[in-house]
Design a binder for this molecule. Structure first.
Ligand code: SAH
Length: 261
């Protein structure tokens, strides 16, 4: 009966910069026979897998069939049953809006050994890349991470925005498209339109962009700056620290230029 099977590593690749994967994640990748990856996994990391490793792209691409979750689960199970070491590489952390939970359950149900390798989530790394600490002793004793994907219809759907309106630092992932709706729900629940907001796009990548705005101007700022996903929205007093740091950096740069001329 003792059927031999491989093992599946559910690995978080980090927020974007390829060197933000963990050492453990990198080791798993370097031992992989199979890598199953999607859109947000840094492409450079695929080169870390051995040359013999099979690489399966299962993300979305414009105008192409994208794999269903069932197909991805089946692929992981099938490859592990071929006694292969499988790395399922996911952007950020595998358990933060990454469907890692679903994949883990499918593996457990199929009796496939697995290991979860956590990753640096963009929910914390994107604010950090804009010099925004998600907590701060004086102004933010808590933060919450929420999906903006569910905001299209109502303020009290799967996400009850009136509850999140009271969280000191609110980090919204997948919120670019629904930003007007999200800001509207938060303001309807009493959050000030003057609350500082940052939008961090392509965090930790060479084309990172940070836009500072307020809750009242969030959607306009996204449109005016042509911000596209992936982007993380940070709402709360801590955002002002990021804009302070940016202003100080600009001031010292201006000073250095003035001194040199
Ligand atoms: N598991 C991932 C999140 C997947 S949901 C994690 O832990 O980071 C995808 C969302 O993450 C995007 O819509 C965006 O809001 C955010 N995101 C991912 N990569 C990002 C990046 N480089 N910069 C800013 N936001 C990012």
């Amino acid at each position: 009966m003792n059927q031999r099977v491989g093992k599946v590593f559910l690995v978080g690749s980090g927020p974007g910069a390829p060197d933000l994967i963990t050492v453990r994640g990198m080791r798993a990748l370097q031992s992989a026979d199979v890598v199953v990856y999607d859109r947000l996994a840094p492409p450079e990391l695929l080169d870390e897998a051995p040359t013999h490793a099979l690489r399966f792209y299962v993300g979305k691409a414009p105008g192409r069939h994208s794999c269903s979750q069932e197909e991805i689960n089946a692929l992981l199970i099938e490859q592990a049953r071929l006694e292969r070491t499988v790395v399922r590489l996911k952007g950020g952390d595998p358990f933060v809006f990454g469907r890692g939970g679903e994949e883990m359950l499918a593996l457990a149900a199929a009796g496939i050994p697995f290991e979860v390798v956590p990753g640096v989530t963009s929910a914390i790394a994107a604010p950090a890349a804009a010099a925004i600490p998600v907590t701060h002793r004086e102004m933010a004793p808590a933060f919450a991470v929420v999906t903006g994907h569910e905001a299209a219809e109502k303020c009290r759907g799967l996400v009850d925005w009136s509850a999140y309106a009271r969280v000191p630092t609110l980090v919204v992932l997948m919120g670019v498209r629904n930003s007007a709706k999200i800001a509207g729900c938060l303001m309807a629940a009493g959050r000030s339109p003057n609350e500082p907001v940052a939008i961090v796009a392509n965090a930790t990548l060479p084309d990172q962009r940070v836009v500072f705005a307020t809750l009242g101007t969030l959607a306009d700022a996204i449109a005016a700056n042509a911000i596209h996903p992936p982007a993380t929205i940070v709402i709360g007093e801590v955002v002002a620290l990021g804009s302070q740091v940016q202003a100080l950096a600009l001031a010292s740069m201006a000073e250095a230029i003035a001194r040199a001329s």
